[in-house]
Design a protein around this ligand. Structure first.
Ligand code: GTP
Ligand code: MG
Length: 429
């Protein structure tokens, strides 16, 4: 069977010479879903943009099975070589994770041009974006873990790669040294991360004892988590129409209409085929998610592949042991689609509408209430502090002064796991 071949211009050549010209290569099998594959190619292009590259051209091949030595066929590689010369390509990005030997063979076939895969591209974006010490260490760790099997024996000659996409992060001189050096560095990073993680662990325990309810915003990259986070908390996190705008989790306090104060965390976006090294590296960052009392799963209502995105998110939440946490789903960006909105489950909203932000807050209250238990207490007059605490850390629905018993009659909802619940138990009615 003659493989179906597609090539195409992605972008007209940009005048910006400082950007690397990138050729994208995708390969999929006869039995694979074409639509999903093409979507992942679009995503690869968006990732290239996010890495500050200039996607020039793409080459796609459909095959019976992947070529064991070079992923795509030898003939196709010859064609790629011509495109590289014709289009002045600096970098070739494969949409598929390449084995160490595949990447070596392809580089040889393509006369030494820089070749990276989707994993390296994502690692590169992360390396450019990570701002906190922890984020930077995690990326460095993931990059070394990715490189380790690739620099053994007759491994790739990293020095030849020069700078640019796929080479950021650990310094090049370090990359040139041997496995032993890298192992040592991995060890060091792991120790430093351990210290940071235990520091955060203590901080988190303190927060828990402070009775504060925790909410985490999660979702596929670019769905609008940071925009919603900023609107909810009036904070300034980096929001941009770009994949992986947010890397380091950000936490802020937020007051709900009922008076309840919660803390909410904005997190790194998920993506399909997230490199396993990165899932492991970000496990600790995403621990905030695992600790949450409620997860808000933000979806992009305007994206035709939102089913696929949702599946990816659910799968990753599973891997993070967070799948059993109560979840509120919201469909964002409804302003971009034509559709009759409903007020019923799930919430359809737009982060650019202030009214929708209020609706979201009420929805959060409702969702929290579902995991809370009902209480009715009579707080003695002399325990004013407890009343204040109840108002901040639980949902008080009714509060009346009881003259006969000289105390406040309070009815509401509270999380059973809060220490506060133990404190009010003796006043239960
Ligand atoms: N039209 C429209 N655009 C939105 C809406 N919400 C967010 N956006 C835009 O979508 C883009 C992505 O928003 P972000 O808030 O950065 O998305 P994110 O989910 O935090 O993305 P990552 O941090 O990359 O995972 C930005 O250009 C936002 O302005 C919305 O409701 N409607
Ligand atoms: Mg973000």
């Amino acid at each position: 069977m003659i493989p179906k071949v597609k090539v195409g211009n992605i972008l007209a050549k940009q005048s910006n010479h400082s950007k690397e010209n990138v050729l994208l290569i995708g390969c999929y099998l006869n039995h694979e879903n074409e639509e999903q594959f093409l979507y992942s190619m679009d995503e690869l292009k968006a990732l290239t943009d996010a890495a500050n590259g200039n996607p020039q051209y793409q080459v796609i091949q459909k095959r019976e099975k992947f070529h064991p030595a070079t992923l795509i066929g030898k003939g196709k590689l010859q064609e790629v070589l011509e495109v590289i010369e014709e289009k002045n390509i600096d970098l070739v990005v494969f949409n598929h994770e390449l084995s160490p030997s595949q990447s070596r063979n392809i580089t040889n076939e393509l006369s030494g041009i820089k070749v990276i895969d989707r994993t390296q591209l994502i690692l590169d974006i992360f390396a450019q974006r990570a701002k906190t010490k922890e984020g930077q260490l995690q990326i460095e760790l993931a990059q070394y873990q990715y490189l380790l099997p690739r620099i053994s024996g007759q491994g790739i000659q990293l020095s030849r790669l020069g700078g640019g996409i796929g080479t950021r992060g650990p310094g090049e001189t370090k990359l040139e040294s041997d496995r032993r050096h890298i192992r040592r560095r991995i060890n060091e990073i792991e120790k430093q991360l351990q210290a940071i993680v235990s520091h955060r662990e203590r901080y988190r325990l303190k927060r828990k004892s402070n009775q504060i309810i925790q909410i985490a915003l999660v979702g596929y990259t670019n769905v609008g988590k940071s925009t919603i986070f900023n609107k909810l908390t009036k904070a300034e996190t980096f929001e941009e129409n770009q994949l992986f705008a947010t890397l380091d989790p950000m936490t802020r306090k937020m007051k709900l209409p009922c008076g309840l104060i919660v803390i909410i965390t904005d997190t790194v976006g998920f993506i399909q085929d997230l490199p396993t090294t990165l899932v492991a590296a970000f496990r600790s960052t995403l621990e905030e998610v695992r600790e949450a009392d409620l997860i808000i799963h933000v979806k992009d209502a305007s994206n035709s592949e939102n089913d696929l995105q949702e599946k990816t998110v659910m799968q990753l939440l599973n891997e993070l042991d967070a799948a059993s946490i109560p979840m509120l789903s919201v469909y964002n960006k409804v302003d971009l689609i034509e559709q009759s909105l409903s007020n019923s489950e799930p919430l359809f909203m737009s982060a650019i509408s202030d009214n929708d932000i209020v609706r979201l807050k009420l929805k959060i209250e409702e969702a929290l209430k579902e995991s809370m238990i009902n209480y009715h207490v009579l707080l003695p007059d002399n325990d004013g502090k407890l009343l204040t605490q109840l108002k901040i850390n639980s949902i008080v629905e009714e509060q009346t002064w009881n003259d006969d018993k000289a105390g406040y009659d309070c009815k509401g909802y509270i999380l059973e796991s809060l220490p506060l619940y133990q404190q009010i138990k003796k006043y239960m009615q």
